[in-house]
Design a protein around this ligand. Structure first.
Ligand SMILES: [Zn+2]
Length: 304
């Protein structure tokens, strides 16, 4: 199977490091080998405990310093992805960009010839500090204003995550980002505690996750509830009809396999971006065709 890649972007101090740490902890719990390429390593502060059981080892946490992965260091980013694939072959890869990076530019490098054949679905989440203090403290060496960079990051996100929603009323920042990106789902997070399935959804037929053994963080708080359901898509619809049907689910993520009037397609969707990709050399097991997993909000919150 191909390796899914998640780009985590947002200003320095927005809470993206906390999110990456939460992804690593959940991966460790689930026995999933997750590699991280960090463009802001100093802030990440990975502790040794995360590099032991269930983790692919220190080689799989790579720092790229001295520039930005979306531009100056884009060749280094691709070289690092190739190195990880050849030496570590992780189950998943997280790219934490610098605060000034444009996530869409970063995503484009995932389609370069050296990596496009083994990278699976890719998605970009942008973490936004609900308190606004990360925006206020922003400085870009290239002279862009904080608001320009903020707007661009928000507008190219597949999913937006509002962090620190326990510290302030998040509704002003929520209104600001929804005005910039009306179609993009906005999720609330406290301490990066978002179910990892929303960020790395499983496809039909994938092994279910190991049961959760302990809480991810000791903090008592609420977060949104999500539900994962499997949808049956009948064969023979046109790719456009399938896309319209999946958009109608209003899901955060969709992932699966369908047989369209144009042939078999791998479905991968994040927010309003739904892609139907020809399977290429991927062999789809017959029992999986027509099955799509959708992750949606329940509308409720969950307290723990
Ligand atoms: Zn850049």
């Amino acid at each position: 199977m191909r390796t899914p890649v998640l780009v985590v972007s947002g200003f320095l101090g927005s809470g993206k490091t906390t999110l990456v740490r939460s992804i690593l902890k959940q991966s460790q719990r689930d026995g999933i080998r997750t590699a991280v390429i960090s463009n802001e390593f100093g802030a990440l502060g990975i502790d040794e405990a995360l590099l032991t059981a269930g983790m692919p080892g220190p080689d799989a946490i790579v720092e790229l310093a001295g520039g930005c992965v979306c531009c100056q260091l884009s060749d280094a980013l691709v070289d690092t992805l190739v190195m990880l694939h050849e030496r570590v072959n992780p189950d998943r890869i997280v790219i934490e960009t610098s605060g000034v990076a444009l996530p869409f530019e970063t995503q484009l490098h995932l389609y370069r010839p050296a990596v496009r054949d083994w990278i699976g679905d890719e998605a970009c989440v942008v973490v936004v500090d609900a308190t606004g203090s990360a925006v206020a403290s922003f400085s870009d060496p290239n002279g862009a204003t904080a608001n320009e960079t903020f707007d661009q990051q928000v507008q190219c996100a597949d999913l937006l995550i509002l962090s620190k929603v326990d510290l302030v009323d998040p509704s002003p920042m929520q209104a600001r980002v929804q005005a910039l990106a009306p179609e993009t789902p906005v999720m609330n997070a406290v301490f990066g505690d978002l179910p990892v399935d929303v960020l790395f959804p499983r496809a039909p037929g994938d092994q279910p996750r190991a049961p959760r053994k302990r809480p991810i963080t000791p903090h008592a708080h609420t977060h949104e509830e999500f539900v994962s359901t499997e949808i049956v898509v009948p064969p023979g619809l046109s790719p456009d009809e399938v896309e319209a049907r999946l958009l109608g689910l209003d899901a955060l993520r969709v992932k699966g396999f369908v047989l369209t009037s144009a042939g078999p397609r791998v479905v991968q969707g994040v927010g309003r971006r739904i892609e139907l990709v020809e399977p290429g050399d991927l062999v789809i097991r017959p029992g999986l065709v027509g099955r799509v997993v959708a992750i949606r909000r329940t509308g409720g919150t969950h307290r723990h």
